[in-house]
Design a protein. Structure first.
Length: 399
């Protein structure tokens, strides 16, 4: 009997999402009755604004929403996204330059597919979101990590990018505010990086999904606002998941030059066709409706941000740069490694995260998921009481 042909080598090399894996493990332990507090998921704990839910309910009464619609998204939603892009990113675009995707992850995947050729190098500032390197490899690109540690507030410099650039460099990933660190580049830093990319003809993929979640008067200046000439070689990625607590609705989008967007649209026409019409109607309501609830969520995140940073800083050996965006703290915990804690001596943050889960019943994501070991990602998108209790468990374990 002839042996079966092998499975895809490309997909076999792709790792499972580390953040989802840790979150699933935490939820399984919770279901088994253990009082685990999880900082793993990048998901707001708030309900979707009711007016967006009501828009979805109303959409269910219109049979037109039960049919195929344009693969690139409802025209009225693309118009609303164009208005948001002008308002928040300073870039005027036509709705024809927009593709509505099944969540931000599909936008990330299609963006790399559109601008990466086999063997192209993609500069990937680290710490990075765990999906980026896998999406780059799926496009037959080569991720090139450029690391910036806590002493740089996790922000790379032009000098670092230039040192990593080769004649095969085709793309730069630029994320501000950052997942996993919460770092926000200043307008000056953003402009310098944008001018560098422009000078070298490098595509920029800028993930702006956290752009409305900023604190202490900070503003996430879009790289195309800082350097308008860069718009012809930039893809902007965004969605409603984080700002409006709509992670499960799966509505994201990508914005960019017409030729690149046409490639992504062709891909989506074969890959998924249109995003669920009911979810698109809810997203339209979120973008075009009152922003009061989104602002209340932002204020709650800000309160939690200040709390978690202050409490983590009380643990000897832990350094926490002040995150000005998103809803993550990214403590430098190298001072905890190589020391004995309750009979265990972790040497990596993979081992440290296992220790924390076992001894303190707290779930965190180790730095290895986002780049070098020595760091932890902790989402503060969870209830205030659970957030404080979880950090106090860490304080008891490490002091």
């Amino acid at each position: 009997m002839t042996e079966r042909a092998p499975l895809s080598r490309k997909l076999s090399a792709i790792a499972e999402s580390a953040t989802l894996k840790v979150d699933a493990k935490a939820k399984a332990l919770q279901a088994a009755g253990r009082p685990v507090i999880s900082y793993a998921a990048g998901e707001p704990d708030f309900a979707t604004p009711q007016f967006a839910v009501d828009a979805a309910a109303e959409a269910l009464r219109d049979p037109a929403n039960f049919r195929y619609t344009p693969a690139v998204g409802l025209p009225v939603l693309r118009e609303a996204i164009a208005a948001k892009t002008l308002r928040d990113s300073g870039l005027e675009v036509s709705p024809a330059q927009i593709v509505v995707t099944n969540g931000g992850k599909q936008a990330v995947y299609q963006a790399f597919q559109a601008v990466v050729n086999p063997g192209d190098e993609v500069l990937l500032p680290a710490p990075y979101w765990t999906t980026y390197p896998e999406a780059i490899r799926l496009a037959d690109g080569v991720p090139v990590e450029v690391f910036a540690g806590a002493e740089q507030e996790y922000k790379v410099t032009v000098d670092q990018l230039e040192a990593a650039r080769t004649d095969r460099t085709a793309v730069l990933v630029f994320v501000s505010p950052s997942n996993p660190t919460g770092a926000v580049y200043t307008a000056e830093e953003t402009k310098a990086i944008g001018e560098w990319a422009l000078a070298h003809g490098i595509w920029v993929l800028t993930d702006e999904i956290y752009q409305n979640l900023v604190y202490e008067g900070a503003r996430a200046v879009s790289i195309v606002e800082a350097v308008p000439e860069l718009a012809n070689q930039t893809l902007l990625l965004n969605g409603v998941a984080k700002t409006y607590a709509m992670t499960g609705w799966r509505v994201g989008w990508m914005v960019g030059p017409a030729d690149a967007i046409r490639l992504a649209a062709n891909l989506q026409s074969h890959l998924t066709s249109n995003v669920n019409n009911i979810a698109q109607r809810a997203a339209l309501a979120a973008l075009s409706g009152p922003q009061d609830e989104a602002e209340r969520m932002r204020q709650a995140f800000d309160r939690r941000r200040r709390l978690i940073v202050a409490e983590l800083a009380k643990i000897p050996g832990v350094t926490v740069p002040n995150p000005l965006g998103a809803f993550y703290a990214y403590p430098d915990v190298r001072g905890l490694l190589g020391r004995e804690w309750d009979g265990v001596t972790p040497t990596t943050t993979l081992e440290l995260a296992d220790l924390i889960l076992e001894k303190a019943e707290v779930a965190v994501v180790p730095g290895e998921a986002f780049g070098p070991s020595g760091y932890l990602r902790m989402s503060y998108a969870l209830g205030d009481e659970a957030l404080l209790e979880g950090v106090r468990r860490l304080q008891r374990l490490f002091t």
